[in-house]
Write a protein that binds this ligand. Sequence first.
Ligand code: WT7
Length: 634
Amino acid sequence: MQENKETSTSELFYPSDEIIQNANIKEYDSLYQYSIENREKFWEEQAESLEWYKKWDQVLDSSNKPFYKWFVGAETNIIHNAIDRHLKTWRKNKLAIIWEGEPGDVKTYSYHGLNREVCKFANVLKSMGVKKGDIVTIYMPQIPELVIAMLAVVKIGAAHSVVYGGFSSESLASRIQDAKSKVLITADGGWRRGKITDLKKIANEAMSRSATIQSCITVRRTSQEVYMESGRDYWYHDLANHPVASNKCETEVMSSEDMLFILYTSGTTGKPKGLVHTHGGYSLYTSVTHKYIFDIKDDDRWWCAADPGWITGHSYLVYGPLINGTTIMMYEGAPNYPYPNRWWQIIEKYGVTVLYTSPTAIRGLMRFGEQWPERHDLSSLRLLGSVGEPINPEAWKWYHKVIGKEKCPIMDTWWQTETGGAMLSPLPITPLKPGSATKPFFGNELAVVDEAGNEVKPNEEGKLVIKAPWPGMARTILGDDQRYVDTYWNDYKAQGWYKAGDSAKVDQDGYFWVIGRIDDVIKVSGYRLGTAEIESALVSHPAISEAAAIGLPHELKGNAIHTYVILRNGFVGSEKLESELKEHVASEMGKFALPEKINFVEQLPKTRSGKIMRRVLKARALGQDEGDTSTLEE
Ligand code: WT7
């Protein structure tokens, strides 16, 4: 866990007068106070920034807690606000997407052009039988067609489930099955570090295990040879060249609470959770947070360097920025390919004004030294952002000084797949403390509490909770309402609070410091992994009878995966077996889950009821006090 040791002693960084004068929001305290005292009114006023086919009868329906409903009775489609309404204005000819492939190829789309491509893709999906309410799985590299496919699915009233292109066939198959997708959209591969990825091959393996799949649409990106099964697999360009794929397509009218997408994330059990987000509230929450936190103006060139396959990409690469009519930068490949200046080159070349990335990426680029960014003119930047894990003050300061030239405030945004958008974040006018996500966004009340729900004292560690509903919140877990209640709402049931699963502190100035996960989730390079998923990948190997996984601090990754395994009879621990097991986990889950270390052990610390005490393993590995071990079986 990345510990923030410097909490209250930390120095303050003040934004310049110029930034304050130009900011979309010039004062925080009074608007914040207003927003929590008049929560529904506040969101209702903000909702005027969007167009609705039909307005709501009720802003918030709390009659069936925790299944909140926002903008009940309203009709909309996120596509109407993300694309259609811009076509009626000068933004029709504004750039929507500037995309650069890893090999250096470039594609650009105006809002007009994006609409044309989305309509065409939408008609292709219709011709494949996709209907309102279906869930279409998307497994693609970072190419514009990924965004176009997402928007096309939503335009015709279906919902997408984007599975990050780094996931294994196993993970893809389990997600397809859970969503019961009939259609999969993929590509023949993508570029990563000068090599072509095997996306279609992995997709084929996954489809062979997915009974619901009827057809697969493949976008040509790399032109490598891929296996296409007749009757199931279609090239996108063949379908798109067919006369049914016209450039015109009506946007389906949806009700505010209709499903927009599901996105799987890791939790305490091995089964991934498909979090459900809906049209109305999510449209509002992503666009408002994007506009105010990142101070978005019409002449911005916005670059969220996350993959669209994660929530950051959904909310702040695709939906929030498009709703705000922003020009989006998108890049396919690795940050250090072919050289460690690739990102800085992109910022200079396209005049990027706001960069939003993760602490892991910053630490990774920092490692190559200042000479790489210093070769480039980064003066177009006016604001920076960070997300995904706590940012250590050293990385914060490097980002601030070397990339931001001490003139770009850093928006350290804390949020989750479940929250839909940023919950804790500075605004450009907020005095900053390196490593703190500062304060709640408008409308939100957060607190750090003990088990009983009492607020802990300043600078004391406790559990992070959210005290009131917000429009961007996930509505449930697909097909498992009970798990949604149990996971997030049961710990503070009496109070009706949402448990984030993170530990945090609030300092004497009311600044929040998120320390890290306190459940069985590990954040590795910003990726969210469940210990149960890693453990079940390990025990699926013939040599392993039992396994435990924990996260230990790692300089670049934030946390790295350390595992403890008990071998089956007849197997002996060796370096060779260790690397075989590491590879096995990577192939079961995806390369990002590669364990740092496999420890061969005789025993695992367990409670008398047989639960592995990962906390004890962690304390031992760090040479710390093991805490209360009274339940430990000997
Ligand atoms: C977990 C959620 C939200 C987009 C990406 C992650 C950690 C996220 C921060 C931050 C400290 C952070 C938390 C959270 N996290 N942002 N600014 N400071 N920790 O979404 O994969 O659902 O992970 O990421 O532990 O619970 P996610």
